[in-house]
Each structure stands twice: as structure tokens, then as C-alpha cells.
Design a protein. Sequence first.
Length: 144
Amino acid sequence: MSTCEHRIIYLGGMNHAYSSKFQRTVALSAAEGEYMALSMCVQYVLWTRALLTDMEMCQRNATTIWEDNQGAITLAQNAGRHTRTKHVDIRHRFVRGNVERGTVKVEYVDTKKQLVHIMTKALATKLLNFLRDGSNIKEKVAIP
């Protein structure tokens, strides 16, 4: 299953960064693909937190990562062994370790409200407008 990972990073409620790219590894399930994308998101969150610390703006609370795949959330929150995902063990330990340390927390968001879906597929106008507004993406304004 070829998977494309997408993320939008918010800082102070504003869209700070976004990216979309194909994963290098083929995922065997949707949950595995989402989990691999989750591990990349955690890496970016750690980089952003380190940058904020360097700017003397230390973040004391866990960074929330919104995920719409229940399987990926279960993997992030459960320290047990998973025989079907043992090949992603290093990623599992990385994400799980950051969840345990309180650096990040993975929360469920309904698929229809997952803001990153603005980058993933063709959407009906009403849903596109909802996601655009929620992502703080504004219409292009021409400067005279």
C-alpha cells in the first residue's frame, strides 16, 4: 500500500508549517501507514519544541497530535508487543517513548474534522471551506 503522509503544524493557533510526501516504506495496512506518518510528525514536533526552547519559549505541556486512525492511536498508547507490526518496532518505541514522557499526546479526531485532509483528496465545497477555515488558510490577496 503506497502511502502519502501529510501534516500541518500549528504554533499559537497559526499554521506554522505543512508538508506532504510519499513514504519511503510500503505500509501493509492503513494503520501502519498512519503510524509511520505519526512517527515523522513526532520528529517534527521535537524539532519545533527544541527551536522554541532555544528561543526561551519552552513548552511545558504535551503537544497534541490529532489522528483519525484508531489503530495508529492504539499503537501509540499501548506499550505491548504487536506481532503484525514488529517491523515498525523502532518507530513504535520512538513514538511510545515520547507519549510516556509527556512530550506528545495522540488524540482522536473524526475523519470529517481532520484538517490535514485539505491536502489529501478532492473535497465537496462545504467540507473544503470548513477545513480551509479550520486550517487558518486564507484566500490569496493581491497586493496593489
